[in-house]
Design a protein around this ligand. Structure first.
Ligand code: ATR
Length: 290
């Protein structure tokens, strides 16, 4: 009973995930288990949605409480919102929508929050390399590989924390466009191997290089990894990419893509319920159903 149907009543709060395809999403499993664990009168379902505008119009009179938003609706849904988190607006994509009782829709992008918080916690584990107060990303040289949706999330998120952002992309024009928007520097992916103006930089891969099935590829050379104190990879299949393995062997702190995935879920739960997420439960379920 994935949806705990036995417990649904007229006043049960309804959440869901909108997407296409959506049936494979594990979010209902995680959220329903989480609701149940704290006795919340709420359900989280799959919404197979073709046209997001139609979805929001159709459901405007129904008392639903919020939804997650996945492929291919992260950009189109943005245009249906009443309020948008400022960074999500700049990124141009949302994945989390809260509906107030008066029907107002407020949207967030929890992907960038998940990734950035995981990276910040990784840096906090490195004593003495960051200021005692504020974000450990402040003042750091932060190299983002890739300039697609995930690249934007990381670049805007890091810039907001005061990092000095460098965007490196296979197609230079896309790097330049994003770098200009975040007040950063642009280069091609090929140039990154020779870019090490200082030590202790942070690296975030958002390209698909190293993703299953091409697991023997890495976006930058192992040799150049010694200039980085922390390396994050947005890829989570495989869990440890060649990039992360080589970074680990080189002595950098590594942050897995799965960590971004799970933390973005914590943020969604917080936004939906106003409560902290049952983090251990989420982690256990993710591991069990990986
Ligand atoms: P996402 O939303 O996951 O970021 P995307 O918008 O399709 O996905 O972006 C994919 C990123 O991976 C882009 O930065 C792309 O570089 P280009 O802008 O040059 O296309 C990068 N990418 C994909 N395949 C690549 C490859 N074989 N080598 C280097 N970069 C690659």
């Amino acid at each position: 009973d994935l949806y705990n149907f036995r417990f649904i009543r007229p006043d049960t709060k309804v959440y869901g995930i909108i997407g296409k395809p959506v049936g494979h999403s594990k979010s209902p499993l995680l959220f329903n288990a989480a609701f149940k664990s704290v006795g919340l009168n709420a359900v989280y379902v799959h919404f197979l949605v073709d046209d997001v505008k139609k979805f929001f119009d159709t459901y405007s009179t129904i008392d639903w409480a919020g939804c997650s938003c996945t492929i291919p609706h992260k950009e189109a849904a943005l245009r249906c919102m009443n309020e948008i988190d400022p960074i999500a607006k700049k990124i141009g994509a949302i994945n989390n929508i809260v509906r107030r009782p008066d029907g107002t829709l407020t949207a967030f992008n929890t992907d960038y929050i998940g990734a950035i918080s995981a990276i910040e916690d990784g840096l906090r584990g490195l004593n003495g390399t960051h200021p005692a107060v504020g974000s450990p990303l402040a003042g750091k040289l932060f190299v983002v590989l890739g300039a697609g949706g995930a690249g934007k999330s990381l670049a805007y998120g890091a810039a907001q924390k005061g990092a000095r952002v460098v965007v490196a992309n296979r197609t230079f024009e896309r790097a330049k466009e994003l770098a200009d928007k975040v007040g950063g520097q642009a280069m091609t992916l090929a140039e990154v191997d020779n870019f090490h103006p200082e030590e202790g930089m942070v690296l975030a891969n958002t390209t698909s290089v190293g993703m299953k099935p091409k697991i023997d590829e890495a976006p930058i050379s192992k040799q150049s990894l010694k200039h980085y104190c922390l390396v994050f990879d947005a890829i989570y299949t495989p869990k440890e990419t060649r990039l992360l393995r080589e970074a680990r062997e080189t002595g950098a702190v590594i942050v897995y893509g799965t960590e971004m995935l799970i933390r973005q879920g914590f943020e969604q739960y917080k936004n939906f319920t106003g409560l902290p997420a049952p983090e251990d439960l989420f982690r256990q379920l993710m591991e069990k159903h990986a």
